[in-house]
Design a protein around this ligand. Sequence first.
Ligand SMILES: NC(=O)c1ccc[n+]([C@@H]2O[C@H](COP(=O)([O-])OP(=O)(O)OC[C@H]3O[C@@H](n4cnc5c(N)ncnc54)[C@H](O)[C@@H]3O)[C@@H](O)[C@H]2O)c1
Length: 313
Amino acid sequence: MPKGAVNIAIIGTGVIGAGWATHFLAHGFAVTAMDPGAGAESRLRDWIDNCWPVVERLGLANGASRDKLTFTTDVRAAVRNADFIQESGPERLDVKHSLIASIESAARADAIIASSSSGLAISEIQAGAKHPERIVLGHPFNPSHIIPLVEVGGGRLTSPENLARTMAFYSSTGKKVIRINKEVKGHIANRLQVALWQEAISLVQRGVASVEDVDAAISYGPGLRWALLGPFLNLHASGGAGGIRHVLQHLGAAQREWARDLGTYPETDDYIESIAKGVDTELQSYDFPEMLHQRDQLLIQLLEAKRNLSQIP
Ligand SMILES: NC(=O)c1ccc[n+]([C@@H]2O[C@H](COP(=O)([O-])OP(=O)(O)OC[C@H]3O[C@@H](n4cnc5c(N)ncnc54)[C@H](O)[C@@H]3O)[C@@H](O)[C@H]2O)c1
C-alpha cells in the first residue's frame, strides 16, 4: 500500500459497506463509494452522519472528514484511482464474479480487492479473475465501524505478499486482524458463533431453558469474560496454577461426554417460530432500537477501557 494518500473504493453500501465507508473516512482516507440501489447515496450519507459521533468518540485520525466521501453508481469510476477496494455487494457468487470483472476492467493491476463475503470462498470468488493474486477476504463484523475484528484469508491464487499487505493495511487503521490459514465455510468467528447458536437452539427445543434464560446464561455469564479474553485463555484461567493443562486433564473427559450430548442444527425450519416467540417474549418490556443503541454505547466504553489495559490482548 502506498504511504500517505490511500484511496479507498467501497463497492456496495448496504449495512457492511456503509460501516466500512465510515471506518475509512474516520481514519482520514478519501473514500469513493459505489452502489446502484435507488436512494443509496442519501442513505449512505445519513448513515455516516448518524455514526459520526461514535467514530469521533473512538478517535478520528488526522484529516478525517466526511467531505472526503465521493459517491458514484459507476463501478469503473469508483475503482479507477483506488489503492484498496472493499467489495461489499450482495452475497451471491454470480454477483461477486460480475463485480470482480467490472472492477478489474478499470482498477490498477496492483490494487487490492478485499471481499467482505460472510460465506463464499475466495477461491470461488477469484476464479476467472485477471489478477486473482490480489483478491483477498476482508471479513468484518457488524457494526463494522465499531467492532475491530477483520478476518483475512486468501484463496488458492492469492499471493502471500498481498495477504501481508492487506493485513498490514487493516492493522494500520486500528482493526484487529486475524489470519485464516485454510479456507473453511463461514470463516472462524461465525463458525464459533454457529456452534453456540446450534446448542442454544437445541437447549430451547429440548425444553431445558427458555430463550431468555439461554441469553442470560451467556450475557451474564461467560459472555462477560469472552469480550476480554478468548475461550482458550479463559480455560487457562479456569485451571488455576495448573492452567489449561490441568483443567483439560481434570475436566476434559467430562467435557467430552457433554460434547457427545450436544444438539445438532435443525434440518428443517420448524424451530424458527418457537425461537422467535421466545425472543418476542424476552423483548416485551424493552425498546429494541434503544437496546441496540445502549449496546453500542457500552461497546464503545469497553473498547476504550481495553485500550488502556496493557495486559488485555
Ligand atoms: N450483514 C452482516 O452482518 C455482514 C457481516 C459481515 C459480512 N457481510 C457481507 O457483506 C456483504 C454485504 O452484506 P450486507 O449485509 O451489507 O448486504 P446489504 O443487502 O445490506 O447490502 C448490499 C448492497 O449491495 C448493493 N448492490 C446490489 N447490487 C450491486 C452491484 N452490482 N454492485 C454494487 N453494489 C450492489 C445493494 O444496493 C445494497 O446496498 C456480503 O457479502 C455479506 O456476506 C455481511
